[in-house]
Design a protein around this ligand. Structure first.
Ligand code: FCB
Length: 475
């Protein structure tokens, strides 16, 4: 529940109050601030393919997708976008889109096949070549250390449930800082710890596929301790640039004003939006979190939670939707269900297109946590794109609508004093959408998975114009 927000109310014809195309607030200047950073994002497991090439160690995602029944039609990412072999032409495409920055992740197991100890030079070389090429093309590399592909060898030792992982992760981070700390200006420790835990340890829909109420808070705690420890290592090493964290946030609005729905909305907000950020900024868990986990809550020592509070240089926010929330006792422990209002534009992921929520999230972060520089590190939408180009074109009007609305919301947030420094579209290209396999397309660039042919979509052309005009093309 976002305190500054008025309750959602549909207008007379059942549509929600916010109409992206007609929305043009007077307050917003048409251009973004000078120096605003325009990029696009991917992650290693979703695009690279060749998961075991050149001595790479398998990840939990490699294992997961090759277990029966885990992904849409049993799909796996052994080839994915074949970026491991096509990285050079992919960087050419980034340049064609006019990207100023590129957010990608390192596959931990390419660099440290056993997760710790021995460094695999060939794995490191892949990222070295990529980073050097990006810099040659004046594309700022924004590197995420952990985007969910834990080395399987570490999972065999308990993975995120083993307290030693704080040291394993820090050791890995230090290898990366030593290799690229001078050249990479933006580092993120973790991508979306909420998803890593909720999907991986509570509901089992993501790797490593556990569904265990008792494990989830422990995995969350170790993720966040690892994050903080890597930040400390970065400071201790005297690296000259910026390190932060990437979280996913969404406003939780009540579906009705029944006490049950209001309570479910409050729980969902605590669990989703505050669980990971309160320890980072306040050194403690949010009020009410222990109650949500109930018997699953391990009663952490306050001093242990305080160790998570480590100053970050920026916060990356991934935003896709809001959640209109109703109580659902069949879905423990949060007991929340998402409803989509009639008349909304809905993505193939089932998410409501709701640009206003992006502005709300940005303002909420500023109000609750103060003025840390912010980046939107992911934003976009999956829609039913044409399967193949028609006359060399992929028309994706709903994705254009999505970016237009969401970027206007960013501009409005800036006008309200939010220190937003950049925006990364998800995704640079269509890719392997985790347990949904290739069934969800998020790219600015279309990928024909049979031929690996890439085609810039209409949304890619639109985004290029937005970048070129620093936002003016949004209208
Ligand atoms: C985010 C993930 C990203 C992608 C998008 C659609 O939760 O960080 O890898 O799957 O959603």
């Amino acid at each position: 529940m976002f305190p500054h927000r008025l309750p959602w109310s549909p207008n007379s014809d059942g549509h929600h109050e916010y109409l992206p195309l007609e929305w043009s607030p007077m307050a917003a200047a048409s251009r973004f601030p000078d120096g605003f950073l325009w990029g696009a994002a991917t992650s290693a497991y979703q695009i690279e393919g060749s998961p075991l090439a050149d001595g790479s160690g398998a990840s939990i995602w490699h294992r997961f997708v090759h277990s029966p029944g885990r992904t849409f039609q049993g799909q796996h990412a052994d080839l994915a976008c074949d970026h491991y072999r096509r990285w050079e032409s992919d960087v050419d495409l980034m340049q064609a889109l006019g990207l100023q920055a590129y957010r990608f992740s390192i596959a931990w197991g390419r660099v440290l096949p056993e997760g710790r100890g021995r460094v695999n030079g060939k794995g490191l070389d892949f990222y070295k070549r990529l980073i050097d090429r990006l810099l040659e093309r004046s594309i700022t590399p924004n590197v995420t250390l952990y985007h969910w592909d834990l080395p399987a060898a570490l999972d065999d030792r308990g993975g995120w449930l083993n307290p030693d992982i704080e040291h394993w992760f820090t050791e890995y981070a230090q290898v990366m800082f030593h290799a690229f700390g001078d050249r990479v200006p933006m580092w993120a420790t973790l991508n979306e710890p909420w998803v890593a835990v909720d999907g991986g340890y509570l509901h089992g829909v993501n790797a490593p596929g556990h569904a265990n109420l008792f494990e989830a808070p422990i995995a969350a705690h170790h993720l966040m301790l690892s994050h903080a420890s890597a930040v400390r290592a970065y400071r201790a090493g005297g690296w000259p640039h910026q390190i932060g964290l990437v979280v996913n946030l969404e406003p939780k609005d009540p579906a009705s004003d029944s006490p049950e729905d209001l309570a479910a909305t409050a729980r969902a907000h605590t669990y989703f939006n505050e669980q990971y950020l309160d320890p980072v900024f306040f050194g403690r868990h949010p009020e009410g979190l222990a109650r949500i986990y109930g018997a699953g809550w391990p009663d952490f020592a306050a001093s242990e939670v305080a160790r998570i509070q480590e100053k970050i240089d920026f916060l990356g926010i991934n935003y896709y939707t809001r959640a209109l929330t109703k109580d659902d006792p069949t879905r423990p422990p949060v007991r929340d269900a998402r409803v989509v209002p009639e008349g909304a534009t809905v993505m193939t992921t089932g998410w409501e297109l709701y640009p206003k929520g992006l502005e709300e999230v940005l303002v909420w972060v500023k109000e609750r946590y103060g003025d840390t520089p912010l980046y939107i590190t992911e934003n976009g939408g999956a829609y039913e794109d044409p399967e193949a180009p028609v006359d060399g074109r992929i028309d994706d009007p709903l994705r254009v609508l999505t970016y237009r609305g969401n970027l206007r919301a960013c501009r409005d947030a800036i006008a309200r004093g939010v220190d937003l420094r950049g925006f990364f579209a998800w995704s640079f290209m269509d890719n392997f959408e985790w347990s949904s396999g290739f069934s969800k397309r998020f790219g600015l660039v279309h990928v024909d998975y049979a031929t690996q042919q890439r085609t810039i979509k209409a949304s890619g052309e639109f985004y290029r114009d937005v970048i070129r005009t620093n936002g003016e093309a949004l209208g």
